[in-house]
Write a new protein. Structure first.
Lengths: 379, 523
């Protein structure tokens, strides 16, 4: 696989996302008579993400990752805990998910996703033959993370991290069979169902998801507006910058519902192609990682495969949850679309994640094909 | 395939299935029912209500306008005795505070139409509520034809009704936003154009001339009072354009009885004679110098006598009108014949209501069936068998002297003439000359010394009281014609039941004279 091509592809998708963030935020900027600072912030985040990608590509090795693994994980976990500390965390829309610094707000969960994947990947790679050891090592920190996230509250991230956790164990441990996967999946679904049913608010959202027309101005509003936007776009769209939905009809049009805006403006063909491209990224990474790991299933390869699986699953899961809620497959959930939705932390973390994954594939592949590899290199 | 690879392919398969499902769903949405509602909710309409225009007379004097006035309500449970005293110093209080308290009601309406300055002072009293409202102020000189505005803004009758029917609320297409209060148009100039359009109908100029109206009112009031008449009315029109220059009514004494020149019907009497003469000339049954035997002032038609006030032996057809001979007019009517008279009167519009901007006039009535009898046809010659309003009479004179579609208009500029002349020029000129002779040597000689040259025709119609024509109760009328300042005007005054004198030439003609003199001199 041409790693540079994949990374270029990711950057191009990010730029496409930037273009549609601009079209989504321009209306609000025009109405408020001000500067489209959201677009500028997203553009700056993209630049920061590309720089981060370059740094990762230049300096990342398995050894470096192993050295930083626990420290980075503890650091990000600490940041996450800070979000729920009164007076430190920054709340928006009823959730304390942000840390605020002068000129910038960011979500520690985006950093934690990276450190969590690396942490779990190392743990599974080291203990791949003992499911019990794996569980012993990974479950306690996950419980801490889940507790903090539920306190925020961010139920969606808990589910995603849990799925990522299971997926890494599934891919990384030969002891974790398909039957374990189905049992785990059933348990996750049951737990999620119980969790949803325990909250009237979540139940209303579920009912609204099933019949959005029953509450068109309430819980079903966002879903209906999203459907209308997609429907309005038709096959070829109504043209960039011509969206009706951004005119306050579709809330969060630049974040969670960016796919609706893209579909409205550019139509079915473009939005489907973009989605295909977006899902091609994890698929291509997974295929490359599998092919690379197949030649020698050593510690490094296992680690690489675990990281790539974690990144790919997380990526795919975000796409599934985001697009699924936008088109009415699942209840609305505040998860952005990777690289496309507005959000600097998310954009940078996704670029970094892809960079780590692709570099790992690269260095692992080079290490397995040449003697004396120091697991060091730049793709 | 090794185990990890199989697991990865499983994951990829799940992702692939999801992708397929998503694409199918997007296809479904793209061709679903939501598109229509997406467009519908994005577009809207914004109504820009037109303003209620101000109405000016032809000289630019404001006659009707909206003013902000206040209604005054009081809460008897809150206001103090002292406060109520202060309130009653400013407005008329019909009830005491204790009476208001005993009603148990709150926010009782005490007055309306209170000007802003007074309302602002009253509003400072604790327990008094002032409520602003748009109020139509109507000049006293326009009250007869202005119509009314209801409290909810609808126009009833008069020129208000005309305005109300023509006001347009302008609607522009807007791009809506999700926030309902936030509506905007993609093109601001659309909004400004609509506002301009809505405000373009902000002035209406009526044909009435306020100074003339005011003067006519004064002249009419004076005569009605002088002759202790029951009521009276005057109307002045431009004989070419049909513009109503003045229209006034006056009630005599303590009676509320008034004549509405547009609706009050009465037998016109001798002022119909010029129309009979015009018919006779038109149909060629007489020439101006055709001599008619006036039977020395008394003639029988069957058993019914017809008398002239001033007996004559022979009069030319011209002089029959000048001297106002009933016998001569009766003979001319008989010469024209019933069928031709019916056709003639019908084409003059007698008996048809006039559609004016200030409303429709009454229809009037011509008892054509009476023409079947010899006496009935004869009496048509001097104005029996008609029930007409003043507007119909002046329009008929206007048509005789002008175009066949001549009609009256309350708007500056008058009606739009489309048709040709009603009768040929020689008849028009002869009728006009006859009218001038009525003043120079006929029944309206007292107008000879007027400052302007006036023509016209007097009429003294006996009213039917208890089934008989009354000698005492008459309607004294005069229709005058005069030309000055480049215009020809027709004016008519009718005074109902004058007491000190009876004849139109004595009672009503001076009002027309004074009006014409005022109009000619401007003072």
């Amino acid at each position: 696989m041409n790693i540079k091509l994949l990374q270029l592809c990711v950057v191009v998708i990010s730029m496409v996302g930037l273009v549609f963030v601009a079209s989504s935020t321009a209306y609000q900027a025009a109405v408020s008579g001000g500067f489209d600072y959201l677009f500028v912030k997203q553009a700056l985040a993209l630049v920061a993400g590309i720089i981060a990608m370059c740094i990762v590509s230049k300096y990342m090795t398995v050894a470096v990752l192993e050295y930083l693994n626990f420290k980075f994980f503890i650091f990000t976990l600490g940041l996450l805990i800070l979000t729920i500390v009164p007076g430190v965390g920054y709340s928006a829309n009823g959730a304390a998910r942000w840390l605020s610094f002068p000129g910038i707000n960011f979500q520690p969960i985006e950093l934690l996703k990276i450190s969590f994947i690396i942490y779990i990947s190392f743990a599974v790679a080291k203990n791949y033959n003992s499911l019990k050891d794996i569980v012993t090592i990974v479950v306690p920190p996950f419980i801490v993370i889940a507790a903090v996230l539920l306190k925020q509250p961010d139920f969606g991230s808990v589910v995603m991290l849990l799925v990522v956790l299971i997926a890494i164990i599934f891919v990384g441990s030969p002891k974790f069979k398909f039957r374990h996967l189905f049992v785990s999946a059933t348990a996750v679904i049951a737990a999620a169902a119980f969790f949803v049913m325990s909250s009237p608010y979540r139940m209303k959202r579920v009912f609204a998801f099933l019949n959005p027309e029953d509450s068109p101005l309430d819980y079903g509003y966002q879903s209906l507006q999203s459907f209308k936007a997609i429907s309005h776009g038709g096959l070829w769209g109504i043209g960039w910058g011509n969206s009706y939905a951004v005119r306050d009809f579709l809330p969060e049009s630049h974040t969670d519902y960016i796919f609706s805006i893209i579909a409205e403006q550019m139509g079915l063909v473009f939005s489907s192609s973009l989605l295909l491209l977006l899902l091609a990224v994890p698929v291509v990474m997974l295929l490359s990682a599998t092919r690379t790991a197949s030649s020698s299933y050593d510690y490094t390869s296992r680690f690489m495969l675990n990281v790539v699986a974690g990144v790919s699953i997380l990526w795919s899961l975000e796409v599934v949850i985001n697009v699924g809620s936008v088109i009415g497959f699942i209840p609305p959930k505040g998860v952005g679309l990777p690289l496309l939705s507005y959000g600097g932390s998310s954009l940078v973390s996704h670029l970094v994640m892809v960079s780590i994954a692709t570099c790992l594939i690269f260095v692992t592949g080079r290490g397995s094909s040449s003697a004396g590899d120091k697991n060091r290199g730049s793709p | 395939m090794n185990a990890p690879a199989a697991k990865v392919f499983f994951i990829i398969s799940v992702v692939f299935i999801f992708l397929i499902l998503v694409i199918l769903r997007v296809v479904q949405l793209s061709y679903g029912d939501y598109m229509g509602s997406a467009v519908t909710q994005a577009y809207g309409e914004m109504k820009i209500p037109s303003i209620r225009p101000k109405v000016y007379d032809r000289g630019g004097n404001l006659l009707l306008t909206d003013i902000i006035s206040y209604s005054i309500r009081v809460d008897p449970k809150v206001i103090t005795e002292k406060g109520y005293e202060r309130l009653c110093e400013a407005i008329t209080c019909k009830k005491t505070l204790s009476t208001l308290v005993s009603t148990g009601n709150r926010y009782i309406l005490l007055a309306s139409g209170v000007p802003r300055e007074r309302a602002s002072k009253i509003g400072k009293i604790y327990g008094v509520i002032t409520v602003p409202s748009r109020h139509r102020h109507v000049s006293d000189y326009a009250k007869g034809w202005a119509g009314k505005i209801t409290t909810d803004g609808f126009a009833i009758g008069g020129i208000e009704s005309y305005i109300g029917n023509r006001r347009k609320d302008y609607t522009i297409q807007t791009f809506n936003t999700g926030k309902r209060s936030n509506i905007y148009s993609s093109n601001e100039s659309d909004i400004f154009k609509a506002i301009d359009a809505a405000y373009s109908f902000n002035k209406v100029y009526v044909s009435v001339d306020l100074p003339t109206q005011s003067a006519a009112q004064e002249f009419l009031d004076r005569r009605v009072s002088e002759y202790r008449a029951r009521a009276g009315a005057s109307i002045v029109i431009d004989a070419k354009t049909g513009e109503v220059i003045a229209i006034v009514t006056s009630g005599g004494g303590e009676s509320e009885y008034r004549w509405n020149p547009l609706r009050q019907m009465f037998e016109p009497g001798s002022i119909i004679k010029p129309l009979i003469y015009a018919a006779a000339l038109k149909y060629g049954v007489v020439e101006p110098d055709t001599m008619i035997d006036c039977e020395k002032g008394k003639m029988y038609v069957g058993h019914w006598p017809i008398r002239d006030v001033h007996p004559h032996e022979f009069l030319s057809a011209h002089d029959v009108v000048v001297k106002s001979s009933n016998i001569g007019a009766a003979k001319m009517a008989a010469m024209v014949g019933a069928d031709r008279l019916i056709e003639f009167f019908t084409s003059l519009g007698l008996g048809d209501s006039i559609e004016m901007e200030a409303g429709k006039t009454s229809e009037g009535k011509i008892y054509f069936d009476r023409m079947k009898s010899e006496i009935g046809l004869a009496t048509f010659g001097f104005g029996h068998g008609f029930m007409l309003n003043m507007a119909q009479i002046v329009r008929a004179y206007g048509r005789i002297l002008g175009r066949r579609d001549f009609t009256l208009s309350f708007l500056e500029g008058g009606y739009s003439a489309h048709g040709g002349y009603f009768i040929e020029k020689r008849v028009r000129d002869e009728v006009l000359a006859t009218l001038y002779d009525v003043v120079s040597r006929g029944t309206a000689k007292r107008l000879k010394r007027a400052d302007v040259v006036i023509g016209g025709k007097t009429g003294t119609a006996e009213k039917v009281v208890d089934g008989h024509y009354s000698r005492k109760d008459v309607v004294a009328s005069f229709v005058g014609v005069s030309e000055f300042n480049g215009h020809r005007y027709i004016a008519m005054t009718s005074i109902d039941e004058p007491r000190k004198a009876h004849y139109g030439g004595t009672v009503s003609a001076p009002v027309v004279k004074e009006i014409f003199e005022y109009m000619a001199s401007g003072s």
